[in-house]
Every structure is written in structure tokens, then in C-alpha cells.
Design a protein around this ligand. Structure first.
Ligand code: PLP
Length: 395
């Protein structure tokens, strides 16, 4: 009889979003006319910008005519898009060749698939609170995990600890859920640690476009030493509203090698075996994101989310509540008031003011006592929610 991947039995059920859905459903069943202010979702609410929609239409029409029809695309990405992404990095002073850019269907897909490059005997280090997929993808692969908690004392940006040995290191900056961002020195410390230990950093830059403080790095490759120890995984999901359209990209420098094996070449081999590329239609509209007009339009949308963040940050400042994030990230991570647990605070917000957020405990035990607000919601709802939070916490 076939043996399933028994590591799946080690996965903990993800109660976080299930519990949130159950609790909101229960509330609505007893308050059918209530309007909920949903500040928990990690999904975007604004539609795709005009240049992207225009290219989508064009690409659909291309597929209707034999002269412009496209079948299989190159597995690692359309050359124009790989070039456009390498130019995007160049504008920030990061030199990449288009062959170091791999187009993907999104960061989640890549975060799971990329583990194919590493032996199962490796240990993965996850800084918590963390995006839950990091831990689960490693459990599915039967890998050992070192959980590194972060805290208010280090601003949720821990330093590497030389006494810990890890092979694969996850760094998410700007962070989901905390919104904290590693500055250049703090990131350099992890790069030095990884180069010393021979480890590889998986740098999740899904929220880089939200950084507004010019001194903060958008890419790990802005820092010396990263080309010999890092892979960067990025996505247009939050940057350009591609959550339902699906496109991401992964950067693997050509000099990234361990034990005589080259990770860029290995990933080419992997992609040419395991995918047939991202669709022509989606790659064509993704290329439009990297044009000057595309950049302007996506940043106009990001500004709307940033205004949501500003509105929430203002009331938290007025109340004197501790939080991080919001300025350079679409998430605000606040300390629950009066020593409430994160689920107690969730219940209070739902029952008293009909605001739905995300309890920090769902991102790892060290998230207990904290709460995440997403700023991807509708501006009107965010304003009302902020006002309601203010009135509730003022009491
Ligand atoms: N990485 C982080 C930190 C995320 O928060 C998300 C989505 O919420 C992803 C990756 C996944 O992005 P994608 O939609 O490209 O799969």
C-alpha cells in the first residue's frame, strides 16, 4: 500500500483564519443587520490599475490571432519581464542580470517550491511571529525548525545568535504580521551570520513597495555580501493588486553556491522540469507594472492603503498605545490593552464595535498579547473603524 507523506500528520490545524471566520459568522447570526469593519484581511481591496487592465485586454486579443498567439512561455519567465524586473532593481542600485530573475506564479508558490533546492536534513530558522506558510512548508518537507522569537524589546527585529545553527533562514521585511523593517545594519548582521555559517537566507520582500523611509533596504541585495548567501522572493500581489491575478519573482544570484552546487543553475533545472511558465497574458500585464506609468499608478493605489494606515496610527498615537508597522508596511501590530490576550481583544473588538482584526497569537506563541490590523480595506470603513477603536479604548 502507498505510504503518504507522514509529515503532514505533524501539521497543526491552522485555527487562525478558521476561528476568525467562525466567530464572525456566529456574531452575524445573532446580529444579522450588523456591518463588520474588516481589518483582518491580508487581501487587497482596490482593482488592478489602468495600464495593467489595458495590457490584459491587449494580451487576450493577441491570443485570438495566429500572428500574435503565444503558446508555452519560457519556464523561467518572458525575457521582457525578466529584463524589466532587473531594470527595476538597477534603479535602486542593485545590479542583476535578467538570468538571475525567475518569474513565478506568486510568492507562496515559490516559498514552498524553493525548498526543493535544499536537503531534507537541513534546519530552517523562522523568526516569529511569522507568516504561517514558512513553518508549514518545512513541516511538510520533514525539516527541523528552529523557532526564534522576537519581542517588543528588539522591536520585533532580532539579531542573529551565533550559538544557533541553521541552514535556511527566513527573513520577511517589511514583516507580516509586525510591519517591522530591518535596517541596513540589522540586515547586514544576518548576512554576515549566513555567510559565516554557510547558510542561505530566504528573503521575503513581498511588501517592499510599501517602504517610504529612504534609508531602509527594499532588497537584501542592496547590502554587501548578500549575493553569496541570499535568495529573494517577491510578489506583485500587494504591490500591484495581483492577489487574484498571480505573479511573483525570485532572485537567485549566479554566485550562490554551496558544496560545489550552483543554486541558480539548479533552479533553472527545477523550473524547466516542474513548470511550464506563467501565462503569456499575465506576464504581459505584469510587464506594464514596471513601466514609469505602471509604477505611478500602483503607487497611487499604495497611497490609499497608506492613508488607511495613517488614520489608524493617528488614533493609536493619541491613545498612547504601543505599535509598530504602518509607516513602511501595510500592517500595524499593536499591543493589546489592559493585558488582554489577543483572542480576548479580538472578541472585544467584534462584540463592542464590530471591528475584525487578526490575533497575534496566530502567528506564533510570541505573538500573544498583540494584534494585527491590515490596512488593505476600504478607506471609509477604515476611518469609521479607527474612530470606534478610539472611543472604545478611551473608556
Ligand atoms: N509572503 C508574505 C509575507 C505574505 O504576507 C504573503 C501573502 O499574504 C505572501 C508571501 C504570498 O504572496 P502571493 O500572493 O504572491 O502568493
Amino acid at each position: 500500500m502507498i505510504t503518504p507523506n507522514l509529515f503532514y500528520a505533524d501539521l497543526k490545524d491552522s485555527y487562525l483564519f478558521y476561528n476568525i471566520a467562525q466567530k464572525t459568522k456566529a456574531y452575524l447570526s445573532t446580529h444579522p443587520d450588523a456591518h463588520l469593519y474588516r481589518m483582518g484581511i491580508g487581501d487587497v481591496s482596490l482593482p488592478l490599475c489602468d495600464v495593467v487592465i489595458q495590457k490584459l485586454h491587449e494580451a487576450v486579443d493577441d491570443q485570438a490571432k495566429s500572428e500574435t498567439f503565444h503558446g508555452y512561455m519560457p519556464e523561467c519567465g518572458a525575457p521582457e519581464l525578466r529584463e524589466a524586473i532587473s531594470d527595476y532593481y538597477k534603479n535602486r542600485g542593485v545590479k542583476l542580470s535578467p538570468e538571475e530573475v525567475f518569474v513565478s506564479s506568486g510568492a507562496s508558490d515559490e516559498l514552498g517550491d524553493i525548498l526543493d533546492l535544499f536537503s531534507r536534513d537541513n534546519t530552517s530558522l523562522v523568526i516569529e511571529p511569522a507568516y504561517p506558510a514558512y513553518v508549514d512548508a518545512n513541516i511538510m518537507g520533514g525539516r527541523k525548525i528552529v523557532h526564534v522569537p522576537s519581542s517588543i524589546e528588539n522591536g520585533f527585529l532580532p539579531k542573529p545568535d551565533e550559538s544557533i545553527n541553521a541552514d535556511v533562514i527566513y527573513i520577511c521585511s517589511p514583516n507580516n504580521p509586525t510591519g517591522a523593517v530591518f535596517d541596513r545594519n540589522k540586515l547586514k548582521a544576518w548576512i554576515d551570520y549566513a555567510n559565516n555559517k554557510g547558510s542561505i537566507i530566504l528573503f521575503d520582500a513581498a511588501y517592499e513597495a510599501f517602504i517610504e523611509d529612504e534609508t531602509l533596504p527594499h532588497s537584501i541585495f542592496e547590502i554587501d555580501g548578500a549575493r553569496t548567501c541570499a535568495i529573494e522572493i517577491c510578489s506583485l500581489s500587494k504591490t500591484a493588486g495581483f492577489t487574484g491575478t498571480r505573479l511573483g519573482y525570485t532572485i537567485i544570484p549566479k554566485e550562490l553556491e554551496r558544496k560545489g552546487m550552483n543554486f541558480n543553475s539548479m533552479w533553472v533545472r527545477n523550473r524547466t522540469t516542474k513548470t511550464n511558465g506563467v501565462s503569456y497574458i499575465i506576464q504581459k500585464c505584469a510587464t506594464a507594472v514596471f513601466t514609469p506609468e505602471g509604477q505611478k499608478q500602483i503607487h497611487d493605489n499604495i497611497k490609499i492603503y497608506k492613508n488607511n494606515a495613517a488614520c489608524l496610527m493617528k488614533i493609536l498615537d493619541e491613545l498612547g498605545v504601543w505599535y509598530c508597522g504602518g509607516k513602511n508596511a501595510p500592517y500595524i501590530w499593536m499591543k493589546c490593552p489592559d493585558g488582554l490576550t489577543s483572542w480576548e481583544f479580538f472578541d472585544l473588538l467584534l462584540n463592542e464595535i464590530q471591528v475584525v482584526g487578526t490575533p497575534g497569537q496566530g502567528f506564533g506563541e510570541c505573538g500573544e498579547g498583540y494584534f494585527r490590523f491590515s490596512t488593505f480595506g476600504n478607506p471609509e470603513d477604515t476611518k469609521i473603524a479607527a474612530e470606534r477603536i478610539k472611543n472604545l479604548l478611551k473608556k
